[in-house]
Design a binder for this molecule. Structure first.
Ligand SMILES: C[S@@+](CC[C@H](N)C(=O)[O-])C[C@H]1O[C@@H](n2cnc3c(N)ncnc32)[C@H](O)[C@@H]1O
Length: 211
């Protein structure tokens, strides 16, 4: 069965994320910039990159190789068109993090924002493990439950309602347990809020850290 993300036009997704009632695009880009600044990796990957929101934030950083991955070929093509002349060392890859094996050389930092809500967690963490260097960092941004706002915020972009069938929140405690099973050590976490009112957890892990 086709993944519902492959039927959503990028303009719909980006229009939705930029709505004042959502306001999540800048929050994700800011978190990506923060983790790059914090860990100063020479290589990084953004899983579930959509149209590349935040990739431009590597400008002037330590990152010399940047991998952008998404299941939707149109999103990956748009990311390539937007950034190929602006980011040195950019690799764009169409892949399914639940089902694909090794698709790029491991990087020092793997970042996934609002991806784990749409995938099989255990299989996707194996993908993260395979593509993260030993001692490397994995950062996940998770949506937290809200008593007042639907999991997929209602918006004029009706195509996004197709996601309701596959979207399920991942409790941070579950992510910590399953990342530990996959060989990652939890480093730190925090919560952040978007202008639209939703809250998010940002969870940091290190692969194969020696204690
Ligand atoms: C909620 S969006 C998050 C996009 C992005 N991180 C941002 O800053 O807005 C989820 C993204 O993950 C992608 N995606 C969903 N399932 C995937 C899978 N199995 N493998 C790779 N990408 C996937 C979708 O196509 C979409 O671009």
């Amino acid at each position: 069965m086709k993944n519902p993300w492959c039927g959503i036009p990028l303009s719909d997704y980006e229009g939705h994320m930029d709505l004042p009632t959502v306001g999540q695009a800048s929050l994700i880009a800011d978190e990506f910039a923060r983790v790059i600044e914090c860990y100063r990796p020479s290589s990084a990957a953004m899983l579930g990159c959509a149209g590349g929101n935040g990739l431009n934030r590597v400008a002037g950083s330590t990152v010399r190789r940047l991998v952008a991955v998404d299941i939707n070929p149109d999103y990956v093509a748009a990311t390539h068109a937007r950034y190929r002349n602006h980011i040195d060392g950019l690799e764009v890859i169409v892949a399914d993090v639940q089902n694909d094996a090794q698709v790029f050389e491991p990087v020092g930092l793997v970042f996934a924002a609002l991806l784990l809500e749409y995938v099989d967690l255990q299989r996707s963490l194996q993908f993260v493990r395979q593509h993260c260097q030993s001692g490397g960092i994995f950062v996940a941004l998770l949506q937290l439950p809200s008593a007042h706002i639907a999991e997929v915020t209602p918006s004029p972009y009706v195509s996004l309602q197709d996601l309701s069938s596959i979207m399920r929140l991942v409790p941070p405690a579950q992510l910590r347990q399953q990342t530990a099973d996959a060989g990652f050590v939890h480093i730190t976490s925090k919560s952040v809020a978007a202008s639209g009112g939703k809250s998010f957890a940002v969870e940091h892990f290190q692969k194969d850290r020696l204690s």
